[in-house]
Design a protein around this ligand. Sequence first.
Ligand SMILES: Nc1ncnc2c1ncn2[C@@H]1O[C@H](COP(=O)(O)OP(=O)(O)OP(=O)(O)O)[C@@H](O)[C@H]1O
Ligand code: SF4
Ligand SMILES: [Mg+2]
Length: 333
Amino acid sequence: MRDVLLDNEDLLRINNLNVRFRTSEGAFRAVRDVSISIRSGETLGIVGESGSGKSVTALSIMNLIPNPPGEATGDILFNGRNLRNLSPEEVRTIRGNEISMIFQEPMTSLNPIHTCGKQIMEPLLLHKGFTKKEAKVRALELLKMVGIPIPEQRFKEYPHQLSGGMRQRIMIAMALACRPKLLLADEPTTALDVTIQAQILELMKNLRKEIDTAIIMITHDLGIITEMCDRVVVMYAGQVVESSPLKELIKESLHPYTEGLLRSIPTITKEKQRLHTIEGTVPSPFNMPIGCSFQPRCNYSTSLCSEKTPELVHITEERAVRCWRHVNEGKQG
Ligand SMILES: Nc1ncnc2c1ncn2[C@@H]1O[C@H](COP(=O)(O)OP(=O)(O)OP(=O)(O)O)[C@@H](O)[C@H]1O
Ligand code: SF4
Ligand SMILES: [Mg+2]
């Protein structure tokens, strides 16, 4: 079963990830028993509302959860190694090299006191043993590849001299410099206006073909996922509630939460009027409902749903869902 056993084709496998935070208000579980896998060259989308644990899951892959207040357990298997057993030094040799990340706000990742060119050269000098001359040639190629006009000029400029869209292109150039096997993109277009957002998504789609990097695309917008991804993992309140190939998910969603997300995409429902929104809000992590976490917002809930927590069950090799309505169709996993 795909999300239970280690599949030889998997590039990355997250097994039973749990992340707990201790705060002044008390302790809570931000990520609960999450198992996700991605194959080489695949684009996997992780979707869910704010606070569902998407970023914490991504940060856990690179051992970037601050401890304290966070504490992560579980296994992160990448290319045959368990990243959770590596030393911080060993993880640094992977970060920015075999696995890179792009975040929502490029200014938090770009260094304001270095030129864009220097920042793109850095991973090549650090991980690939390039000479400065070789790194400069490659950095200019990368600037061209991500669609930056007049690359020689931009090479010399500082991040604050560029627009948000251009800065995000610089981040992508940096992230792809070492031809990573895996790219983690955490809301890479959320901070941009709609036109620039479409351009950056188009760029990522084209680059994916060129460099054959697996991508984990994290977003609260299922519309972005339908444009980009091969498979989808839907998260709700720190748990995976559905995982499926995109085509099958669009044809028929299994979890009521996914159904709500799909109905909020205008191009899929072809609704011209008011968009559907899922009523209610994500439960507080300090006050999770008993039974199914989605139960207070679910139109299909029964008394069982507010008594017992459903497990994630596999309906087919590629599809899994956490909902009592489907328990008899699948096997627990
Ligand atoms: N360093 C931290 N200390 C305490 N709580 C944290 C920390 N980082 C995240 N959390 C909490 O963990 C939960 C999951 O957060 P996460 O950032 O993964 O959500 P998300 O799905 O990425 O949401 P968004 O769409 O808003 O980015 C939230 O309740 C958040 O407040
Ligand atoms: S388990 Fe029950 S409450 Fe939860 S999503 Fe399924 S039907 Fe709704
Ligand atoms: Mg986030």
